[in-house]
Design a protein around this ligand. Structure first.
Ligand code: NAD
Length: 294
C-alpha cells in the first residue's frame, strides 16, 4: 500500500509567515513599512470574514493596513475615486478589492484602475502579461502561488511531469497552468474545464492533478493515476446537520476515496486555503521592496 504525504498548508503557511516577519523587520530597520489596503464593498458575510482575516494577518506580521468598508450602494465612480487615492498613498504598497463586489460594480473596470505596482492580487492585465512573460517584477494571484509554494516546500518537482489543471479561471486555473509550465517548473500542462471530454480518463494521465472547480467531490478515485500528487483548491460548503454551524467545508476532491491512491495530497480545510493569505502577505512585502528599489 502506497503511503500518502498529507501536505500541511497550515504548517507551511506558518513557516512562510515566519520568514516574512524577518523580512519585514529588516525593511522596518531600513525605514520602510509594507502597507496593504483592503477594500470591501457590501455586506457579503463570507467576504467580511476574508477581509478580517487579511487585516488580522497584517497586524500579526507588522504590516501597516487600512480596511475600507463601503456600503453596498457605493457607486463605481466613488470606488474608483478611492482606488486612485490609495494609488497615490505612499504608505500603501498593495491594494485589494475583495471579490465579488455588488452586481452594479464592474469588477474588471475597477481592477484596471489599480496601479499594477500595487495590484497584489495579480489581476491587472499588466500582471497577467508579466506572468505569461515570466517577468519576475509582476504579481501572481495568491492561490496558485500558494500551490507552487506547497510543491516547493514538500520537494515535489513538477519538471517533466504531466500536470492537469481542472478549471480555467483567471484567479486559479489559468495562472496555475502558467506557473506549472514556466521555465522554473517545467511541467507539461493540460487545462481541463466544464466542456472537457472524458475528464476522468484525462485526469488519469496526470502526475500532478490540480482541482479548481467549485464542485464538491468531483474528483473521485477513477480520476487518479496511482502515485499522483493532488492539489485540491476547491472550497465548498456542504450541509452537515451534525456540525454546530449546520455545514462543513469540503474540496473538489472526494478525499476518502482519492487519498489512499496518491503520493501526496492537500486536505480541505488545511491545505491550499491557508497558503492564500500567506502569499498575499508575501506579495505585499514584494510590492514594498520593489517600490523601495530593492
Ligand atoms: P470559477 O467558477 O471561476 O471557475 C471554475 C472552473 O471550473 C471553470 O473554469 C469551469 O470551466 C470549470 N468547471 C466547472 N464545472 C466543471 C466540471 N464539471 N468539470 C470540469 N471543469 C468544470 O471558480 P474559481 O474562482 O477558479 O474557484 C474554483 C474553486 O476554488 C472554488 O471552490 C473556490 O471557492 C476555490 N477557491 C479557493 C481559494 C483558496 O484560497 N483555497 C481561492 C480561490 C478559489
Amino acid at each position: 500500500m502506497l503511503s500518502t504525504t498529507i501536505i500541511d498548508g497550515k504548517e507551511t503557511s506558518r513557516k512562510t509567515l515566519q520568514s516574512l516577519a524577518e523580512d519585514i523587520e529588516q525593511l522596518k530597520r531600513q525605514g520602510h513599512t509594507p502597507g496593504l489596503a483592503v477594500v470591501l464593498v457590501g455586506e457579503d458575510p463570507a467576504s467580511r470574514v476574508y477581509v478580517n482575516s487579511k487585516v488580522k494577518a497584517c497586524e500579526e506580521l507588522g504590516i501597516y493596513s487600512q480596511k475600507w468598508t463601503l456600503p453596498t450602494e457605493t457607486t463605481q465612480e466613488d470606488l474608483v475615486k478611492l482606488i486612485r487615492q490609495l494609488n497615490a498613498d505612499e504608505r500603501i504598497h498593495g491594494i485589494l478589492v475583495q471579490s465579488p463586489p455588488p452586481r452594479h460594480i464592474d469588477e474588471q473596470a475597477v481592477i484596471l484602475n489599480i496601479d499594477p505596482r500595487k495590484d497584489v492580487d495579480g489581476f491587472h492585465p499588466v500582471n497577467v502579461a508579466k506572468l505569461v512573460l515570466e517577468d519576475p517584477t509582476g504579481f501572481v494571484p495568491c492561490t496558485p502561488l500558494g500551490c507552487m509554494e506547497l510543491l516547493r516546500s514538500y520537494g515535489i518537482s513538477p519538471q517533466g511531469k504531466h500536470a492537469v489543471v481542472i478549471g480555467r479561471s483567471m484567479i486559479v486555473g489559468k495562472p496555475m497552468a502558467h506557473l506549472l509550465m514556466s521555465r522554473q517548473a517545467n511541467a507539461t500542462v493540460t487545462i481541463a474545464h466544464s466542456r472537457t471530454a472524458d475528464l476522468p480518463a484525462l485526469c488519469r494521465t496526470a502526475d500532478i492533478l490540480v482541482a479548481a472547480v467549485g464542485r464538491p467531490g468531483l474528483v473521485t478515485a477513477d480520476f487518479i493515476k496511482p502515485g499522483a500528487v493532488v492539489l485540491d483548491v476547491g472550497i465548498n460548503r456542504v450541509e452537515d446537520p451534525t456540525r454546530p454551524r449546520g455545514y462543513r467545508i469540503v474540496g473538489d476532491v472526494d478525499y476518502g476515496s482519492v487519498q489512499p491512491l496518491c503520493s501526496a495530497i492537500t486536505p480541505v480545510p488545511g491545505g491550499v486555503g491557508p497558503m492564500t493569505i500567506a502569499m498575499l502577505m508575501s506579495n505585499t512585502v514584494k510590492a514594498c521592496k520593489l517600490a523601495c528599489g530593492m
